[in-house]
Design a protein around this ligand. Sequence first.
Ligand SMILES: *Cc1c(COP(=O)(O)O)cnc(C)c1O
Length: 392
Amino acid sequence: MSDRLKFAEDVVNDLQSTGLYNEIKVIGSAQGAWIEIEGRKVLNMCSNNYLGLANDPSMRQAAIDAIEKFGVGPAAVRSIAGTMSLHEELDKKVAEFKRVEAALTLQSGFMANCAVIPALVSKGDTIISDELNHASIIDGARLSRAEIKVYKHNDMASLEEVLKGPNSGRVLVICDGVFSMDGDIARLPEVVELAERYGALTMVDDAHGEGVLGENGRGIVDHFHLHGRVDVEVGTFSKAIGTIGGFAAGSAKLIKYLKQRARPFLFSSALTPPDVAATIQAIEILTASGELVEKLWENGRYFKAGMQKLGFDIGHSETPITPVMLGEADVAGDMSRRLFAQGIFATKIGFPTVPKGKARIRVMISASHSREDLDFALEKFELVGKEMGIIK
Ligand SMILES: *Cc1c(COP(=O)(O)O)cnc(C)c1O
């Protein structure tokens, strides 16, 4: 009998023999600065829980209350079998928070890209995309069947070169707000200006900017005061907001259109009531105070300064994301294992997520880290870094 899945087994074997097979750690506790893995408490230095909201007590309570009132499932694709008032409330909350006319929540950030991009452009149109854009932008772009052109990362001369064309049909420029592997910020004011000059639509995916940039974490558009000049903001609740879900935000015209044309909205069920209620509460927390965002930045500055002082190469991040540049994937893997033995959970990131020879440990700083936590991490990075001869 022939094994029709032998190809899959071959790939896995190959990854295992070259040390590239990704073993996923199992977490036995709620998210937080300290989590339980393999029966041990370890300091979490790689989650996207920027503000520590993933286990916030008031959000937990909001989720419980929503279950009491609305149950656990939406039992509906919103456009087909009715949408709960809770989902409408979240759409409005997101719009207010982002300071736009309207917003539409979707099931995830990945889905939001697959919803928005094919709704805006299709065969015969052109997408202009930063070379380091997130996988979900790339997949959303492919789904659209528009021609995809790539400009050099954050390079405005390269973007203009592509914008000059010739480009067919509608032209859509897309970039991440914060590039998650390096922590640098998109040069959005220039992107917008160039796009305006060449009559292109603009879209920014602010997954790592929400809760991080702008007033009280309103994101990159607010950070650069570009309100009304970016056609679509796509985002996620799965990072700083601490829950799950995605959204598109922009003009009322855009959102009305997306409700008729965005396929993941039209053909996939809504978020569950507890997700939605916890997310509404998270936005209320952010709207009320910028304290957590400030704490995140303060922690980021403290940790980065400490790492630099120790002699680590931490790239050129402009946000609390701290990439520890290590070169080869096996070095990064070795460091991650040694750190784990010391009580630090910090995973390695290698090819294909980042280019070959640019493997790293990406440290994700959180507002939930205390000063003692950061000092503990610096002490362990120093110990392991010296052990491996990475720092002197
Ligand atoms: C994480 C991320 C996503 C995916 O968001 P999910 O809500 O987890 O699906 C999309 N875009 C960017 C830029 C991201 O960093």
